[in-house]
Design a protein around this ligand. Structure first.
Ligand code: SF4
Ligand code: SF4
Length: 439
């Protein structure tokens, strides 16, 4: 794609990067076929190619984002299916990240929306606040029925629709908190390695059992696990809301905390059980590339980050339960894992090797609609995608659904009675742990 940035514009490293990305696009449109919003809405401006044109225009003219740009970028899930499909290697993720930052900086949203986004950015990354908010929302769930139904003619998501979506996603009760930061879990038997396990923010409130399963599996296989003190939310949630300063501050804090742990006792990996977080941590090196003090350590941290299944694939696992060839598992490929990190085969292989009957889900490239805060901010599209996903999952008649991302697990569990569990919970079960409970 031909671009027309001035030399002065190209002196800005972000614009130089956008220029490189835009030039790689040959407008072939292959990406449209696998873009969930284009598949649902059929509007070119809700396709990757259409959005790329909108972003090009905004960046080249250096103008404030228009209503159209905001509408169509807000509707993008950042699922990155387009990046998997694109034959020219267009780095859509880094382009749309820039657009979101511009929108946050230069576009004045209506006051209620500004407030909602500010609350999400403040509450979601802080486990204490998130726990309190979930308790409140859980208690208020019965009131969801009293909320007026948004008019069918509404072209934009309404505040009432978003409130209803938040109440619907809130759990009726919360589990006890998991182990505190700073704890170290000793390897059982001969020590073969030492890793940090990302504690996460929303996940540690909604489902601490996931990281407990990871600790069980890792220690059982001779890996010492540390929950690093002073670690924070990875920044993914605020990053996707375009709040760059907040996301970068969290990235720097984590790079500092993990680097100190590496200096202290060493780490073979930073293991992540929430693939949305893993994608962003693997991108810290890029996010902090212009920061003289942090560029090198951030790149080192990114190189150490591994999805739990990637890490386990590198060690020999020991299934102890009798073969689970009676348990049919539908594997839901989280977008952040399959498109963001290109981890596609490993989780299914691990499940098969540990005795489960693994079924691929039709249209597995399409997002379930969770996408960070997307299901709260764009509930109509998110629910349509969820229902499509659930129909596809149901077609393989599973006993259980496995996924590697808490956001997907909550989203899918909201529309099915089939138990939804994390991949690591099944691996824990197969290697001597408890049978997993669903959301
Ligand atoms: S597939 Fe890639 S090159 Fe083709 S239009 Fe989409 S982004 Fe551009
Ligand atoms: S990230 Fe997903 S929703 Fe956004 S343009 Fe790409 S395929 Fe479409």
């Amino acid at each position: 794609m031909k671009t027309e940035f001035s030399l002065a514009q190209l002196a800005d490293p972000d614009i130089a990067e956008a220029d490189k990305i835009l030039r790689a696009c040959v407008h072939c449109g292959f990406c449209t076929a696998t873009c969930p919003t284009y598949v649902l809405l059929g509007d070119e401006l809700d396709s990757p190619r259409g959005r790329i044109y909108l972003m090009k225009e905004m960046l080249e003219k250096n103008t404030a984002p228009t209503e159209a740009v905001v509408k169509h970028i807000d509707r993008c899930l950042s699922c990155l299916s387009c990046m998997t499909t694109c034959p020219s290697g267009v780095h859509y993720m880094h382009l749309v990240d820039q657009a979101r930052v511009r929108i946050e900086r230069d576009y004045k949203r209506p006051p209620a929306e500004r407030l909602l986004r500010a609350v999400l950015a403040r509450v979601l990354p802080e486990p204490k606040l998130f726990r309190a908010a979930m308790k409140l929302a859980g208690a208020a769930r019965p009131l969801a029925r009293l909320l007026p139904t948004p008019p069918a003619s509404a072209t934009k998501p309404t505040l009432v629709g978003r409130l209803a979506a938040m109440l619907a996603l809130a759990p009726a009760g919360l589990p006890e908190p998991g182990p505190a930061a700073g704890r170290v879990f000793a390897a059982l038997g001969r020590k073969r390695g030492r890793v940090a396990l990302l504690q996460g923010c929303a996940q540690q409130v909604l489902a601490p059992r996931i990281n407990q399963a990871a600790i069980n599996v890792l220690t059982r296989h001779g890996i010492e696990v540390v929950l690093v003190k002073d670690e924070q939310c990875c920044g993914a949630l605020t990053h996707h809301l375009g709040r760059e300063d907040d996301a970068l501050a969290r990235a720097r804090a984590n790079v500092t905390a993990w680097s100190a742990e590496i200096a202290r006792e060493g780490l073979d990996a930073i293991v992540v059980t929430t693939s949305g977080c893993g994608t962003v941590i693997k991108d810290y090196g890029h996010l902090l590339r212009e920061d003289r003090d942090f560029a090198a350590p951030a790149a080192r941290i990114s190189a150490l980050a591994k999805d739990i299944t990637e890490y386990l694939a590198g060690i020999e696992m020991k299934p102890v339960q009798s073969a689970r060839n009676d348990v049919v598992v539908a594997y839901h490929a989280a977008c952040s894992l399959q498109h963001g990190q290109k981890v596609t085969v490993i989780p299914k292989d691990l499940l098969s090797k540990n005795g489960f009957v693994v079924k691929d889900v039709p249209e597995s490239h399409l997002c379930c609609g969770s996408a960070g805060t997307y299901n709260l901010l764009q509930p109509d599209i998110a629910t349509r995608l969820r229902d499509r996903k659930i129909a596809n999952i149901a077609s393989v008649k599973p006993d259980m659904i496995a996924a590697g991302n808490i956001g997907c697990m909550v989203q899918i569990a909201g529309g099915t009675s089939v138990p939804v569990v994390h991949t690591i919970e099944l691996l824990d079960w197969a290697t001597g742990g408890p049978r997993p409970l669903s959301n």
